[in-house]
Ligand binder design. Structure first.
Ligand SMILES: C[S@@+](CC[C@H](N)C(=O)[O-])C[C@H]1O[C@@H](n2cnc3c(N)ncnc32)[C@H](O)[C@@H]1O
Length: 288
């Protein structure tokens, strides 16, 4: 592949978003006045992103030569995380040693992906090393990677490897409700820069304690209160959400309650969706 035009009007501010999906990161970038060229292998995720005005290349990130995208200013990535997930019988977890060994070898200048891929139980496991491969090949001025909390282990390894390549890096878990998002969603982040020390942002809002939603921690008294679903959506505070991961028999959804007056639960494999119903129930109450 030759050189690829990357999606920001200012050529010095080009950003690539790996595994870009429907554009969660890109919506945030847009609020800051930036845009990225997103790469994703899923046709429908690309179509959704394009419909929202985000640029997409439909391709396998692992099959591309990053150098074709040079130069770039920023690199974003949220890779799939089979090596850290219970999904698919958890086979990806057995591949973790290959992911870590491959990361070390990439940082030492040896692309050993093919050898490790041949030994992996789940062919998707090695995708988590792609953000590091692209970072080392392109040397963007800044980097932002995100995944589920267990991936912090890998981000911490990447932080050390990137430090040996001139980056200042920081990794940690942030909780969405502590930044004013009406949802309790924890994610592991790695940020890195070639231009000086970096630090993950300090929370602006209080943490949500499901056991004591009304309690204010002494060390959080000066922060804003967390934002409820009702306030985030502009809906009434009466009403309750029920996780409905136990449905499938055509009956009323069953699961755990969370009132609209609280931040939303994360949609994940344990709670694939939830419904909103009138009435009230306490946080965590099980449907009868
Ligand atoms: C965790 S989601 C990314 C979410 C996205 N970054 C956002 O901000 O909304 C992972 C994405 O990786 C994509 N994906 C999986 N394997 C891929 C591959 N080999 N190459 C490119 N994209 C891939 C999936 O289609 C999915 O959209």
């Amino acid at each position: 592949m030759g050189s690829v035009g990357v999606g920001h009007r200012d050529a010095g501010r080009r950003i690539v978003d790996l595994f870009a999906g429907a554009g969660g990161w890109d919506e945030g970038l847009r609020e800051l006045g930036y845009s990225a060229l997103g790469i994703d292998s899923d046709r429908w995720a690309c179509a959704t992103a394009r419909a929202a005005g985000h640029e997409r290349i439909e391709a396998d990130v692992a099959a591309l030569d990053p150098k074709a995208f040079a130069p770039i200013w920023g690199l974003i990535a949220s890779p799939p995380c089979q090596a850290y997930s219970n999904a698919g019988k958890g086979l990806g977890k057995l591949d973790k040693p290959h992911v870590f060994a491959c990361a070390h070898e990439l940082a030492a200048g040896h692309d050993s992906r093919a050898e490790h891929l041949a030994a992996c139980r789940d062919s998707r496991s090695l995708l988590t090393v792609e953000p590091l491969r692209w970072a080392l090949a392109l040397r963007p001025r800044w980097i932002a990677f995100e995944q589920v909390p267990p991936v912090l282990e890998l981000w911490s390894l990447f932080a050390g490897l990137l430090a040996a390549h001139g980056y200042e890096a920081s990794a940690g878990v942030l909780s969405a409700e502590r930044f004013g998002v009406p949802q309790t969603r924890k994610r592991a982040f790695l940020i890195a820069s070639l231009d000086g020390p970096v630090a993950l942002p300090e929370p602006t809002h209080r943490s949500y304690n499901p056991r004591r939603p009304d309690q204010v921690r002494e060390d959080e008294a000066d922060l804003f209160p967390w934002v409820s679903m009702a306030d985030g959506l502009g809906w009434g505070r009466d009403g309750v959400t029920w996780t409905n991961n136990q449905t499938g028999n055509g009956r009323r959804p069953r699961g755990l309650a969370r009132p609209m007056s609280c931040p939303a639960r994360t949609i994940d494999t344990a709670s694939g969706s939830w419904t909103v119903e009138p009435g009230s129930a306490k946080e965590g109450e099980a449907d009868a």
